[in-house]
Design a protein around this ligand. Sequence first.
Ligand SMILES: Nc1nc2c(ncn2[C@@H]2O[C@H](COP(=O)(O)OP(=O)(O)O)[C@@H](O)[C@H]2O)c(=O)[nH]1
Ligand SMILES: [Mg+2]
Length: 246
Amino acid sequence: MKLSIVIPAYNEALNLPDTLNAFYNELFKYNIEHEMIVVNDNSKDNTAEVIQQLQQTIPTLRTIVNPPPHNGFGYAVRKGLENFGGDCVAIVMGDLSDDPEDLLKFYNTFIEEKVDCVFGNRWAKGGKVIDYPINKRILNRFVNKMISIVFKLRYTDTTNAFKLYSRQTIEGLKPFMSPHFNLTVELPLKAIVRGYSFAVVPNSWQNRKHGTSNLRIKEMGSRYFFIILYCLIEKYFSRGDFEKKW
Ligand SMILES: Nc1nc2c(ncn2[C@@H]2O[C@H](COP(=O)(O)OP(=O)(O)O)[C@@H](O)[C@H]2O)c(=O)[nH]1
Ligand SMILES: [Mg+2]
């Protein structure tokens, strides 16, 4: 069962070495067939050179360039999702916010429980956040609570990008609509609304060591609202037209 990892990167030269080495070491240790795809989203720093350097020691590291004009988190991840070769794919952040041990948990759960997707929950028992900014936390808990109410879910960490999907699920979620960070909720919400099965495991998250967050709540707020509303409309009015068919 080959695992693909898609990592969007915008100006992550300082974080990529730690991130890619950590994930590669973990997957190598457990002998997991995999590829890591870094999508360089027109970075202005030396991200490209850093990736090239790392390719000398990480044989499973691939890179895709996402040239202008369609730049942004969502476009970059989508580029990865159009080009992965594995049986399943995990979206992982380039700033080492996600824990390689959790990826292994996701992968093992995916195989053992035969689900279509594996989602993490940082707020569940056994989950953990380190250095999470307080205003972001308040907003995060509010938005996730709202999502779980309107979609009638018990799951409360929809907004975190780090999740694993089977290849068939990714096919079933197309066409993608979100150009930006809102892709992070489009994928799990569509998967849930369309009847794909998922397992939830507790995971941990830590804040980046270098650089600043690129998530601008003011610019993203209405875009998140748009895609959440879209998924809600699909859920209640599409009469199952987009549901999983196998
Ligand atoms: N391709 C692409 N990736 C981005 C962009 N902004 C952020 N990222 C990546 O998305 C991940 C998370 O971004 P970050 O700024 O840390 O956001 P936060 O952790 O949600 O506050 C990192 O891997 C970034 O390199 C962007 O505009 N384009
Ligand atoms: Mg981050």
